[in-house]
Design a protein around this ligand. Structure first.
Ligand code: NAD
Length: 324
């Protein structure tokens, strides 16, 4: 019998595969429609919490429409950057839906960065004004960059306003973004400048069960959309209650996250992304509405991207084949 093998893709291999943000968004839109029509499987993610605020989560999912099955095993250790180690690390196993055999094991850091920006952009497709051209970013790290890339795919961006607590981070971010963006990039010194006057606002600073809640009611303009990537860390409860529509990516997972202490005071959830993608719940209905999403990050997102990476890597001869 022929030996079964799997393809191992390191962090460098994954980045080299050349998967574009537009391809990721397309695959995730198919997945969110399937999710909204009840054709996906995603049990709640179990986790372990070794010492302090650390987590390691198991995130399994199955998407029949994309012939994708597998699991991400991802850790977040907040003290790591101080030790010269990354906050997020982990591996994803991609399985054959016909046999269950593992087809690939891949580093999951790149996928986690890209799919989170893509999910916000898909939410924005339903909730932001289509002509949105000014993007405000608070938190100029990995997610800040991924969100610029994803929003550029779907919106005619002309200006990016960037705030970070760390002055060097916002300067580096502005320099990086200018390399691939023709419009204006404006690093700002106060968080309000990256909220008021923006059509789309992304908060991507650190998460905390004790939110700093900097953003006050009245800062987000009429007609604007906000993506709360760092959960409720940045927003005063009254600022979230000012939204006409408050959404998420998965209502069940949202309840679980609330039980663990996040989002103690939020408006009623209007819809999740499956309901928006299928049209079962309306997205934006008027140019004046203020809309928000707090996407939690789903195993389904990762498993929408994994088969594309596997295919690209195979086509380009990237990665290392290992015997099972
Ligand atoms: N919802 C999801 O699906 C999902 C997925 C991945 C990451 N996240 C979250 O996104 C956030 C950003 O992750 P990342 O990987 O980009 O982290 P990162 O460390 O790369 O970037 C965070 C940036 O925020 C800055 N910062 C710190 N405090 C700030 C403040 N009060 N205001 C503005 N900026 C501040 C830091 O200087 C840093 O530049 C984290 O909270 C992470 O947990 C969410």
């Amino acid at each position: 019998m022929k030996k079964n093998q799997l393809l191992y893709l390191s962090q460098a291999d994954v980045a080299k595969a050349g998967l574009t943000m537009a391809e990721i968004i397309d695959a995730m839109e198919i997945m969110f429609r399937a999710k909204g029509e009840g054709r996906t499987e995603m049990p709640p993610k179990p986790g372990i919490h070794p010492e302090g605020d650390n987590f390691i989560h198991a995130m399994p999912a199955y998407i029949p429409d994309l012939k994708s099955a597998g699991i991400k095993w991802v850790s977040g250790f907040p003290e790591n950057p101080a030790k010269g180690q990354p906050y997020i690390s982990g591996l994803l196993i991609f399985n054959d839906v016909a046999t269950g055999l593992p087809l690939a094991v891949m580093d999951c850091v790149w996928i986690t960065a890209k799919r989170t920006g893509a999910a916000s952009a898909i939410s924005a497709r339903h909730l932001a004004r289509p002509e949105s051209s000014v993007l405000g970013i608070l938190g100029c790290g990995v997610q800040g960059r991924s969100h610029v890339e994803a929003m550029q795919v779907l919106f005619p961006l002309k200006k990016i306003v960037a705030y970070d607590l760390n002055e060097n981070a916002r300067k580096d971010f502005a320099a990086d973004i200018r390399r691939n963006f023709d419009g204006e990039v404006v690093p700002v010194k106060t968080p309000r400048e990256a909220v008021s006057g923006c059509d789309i606002v992304v908060t991507a600073g650190p998460m905390s069960k004790k939110p700093h809640a900097t953003i006050q009611p009245g800062w987000l303009d009429e007609g604007a959309f906000a993506s709360l990537v760092d959960y409720d860390a940045y927003w005063q409860p009254a600022a979230m209650h000012a939204a006409d529509k408050f959404c998420t990516d998965d209502k069940n997972q949202f309840q679980t996250v609330r039980q663990s202490g996040y989002f103690p005071d939020i408006p009623e959830i209007h819809a999740d992304l499956g309901e928006l993608a299928t049209g079962r719940k309306p997205g934006r209905e008027t140019p004046q509405e203020r809309t928000m999403t707090a996407n939690l990050g789903l195993a389904l997102n990762d498993m929408a991207v994994a088969p594309l990476l596997y295919q690209k890597a195979k086509e380009k001869g990237i990665g290392t084949w290992l015997d099972l």
